[in-house]
Design a protein. Structure first.
Length: 60
């Protein structure tokens, strides 16, 4: 699959956004005292990682 310039820019933006979301969610999880909310943030962070990895697969 060949990615054109606009698609490449969009992928970079989406990958960066998911990386940023992961960092924020992990930070929020570290601040939580409530175990359920902490788990929710950690699951969200893992979901962002999974999506970022899937998006990165389009670059290879």
């Amino acid at each position: 699959m060949t990615v054109n310039q606009m698609e490449l820019q969009n992928l970079r933006h989406l990958i960066g956004s998911h990386a940023n979301a992961e960092k924020k969610l992990r930070f929020y999880a570290q601040q939580c005292q409530d175990a359920q909310i902490k788990q929710m943030f950690e699951q969200g962070a893992q979901s962002a990682v999974n999506t970022r990895n899937k998006l990165m697969s389009f670059l290879t």
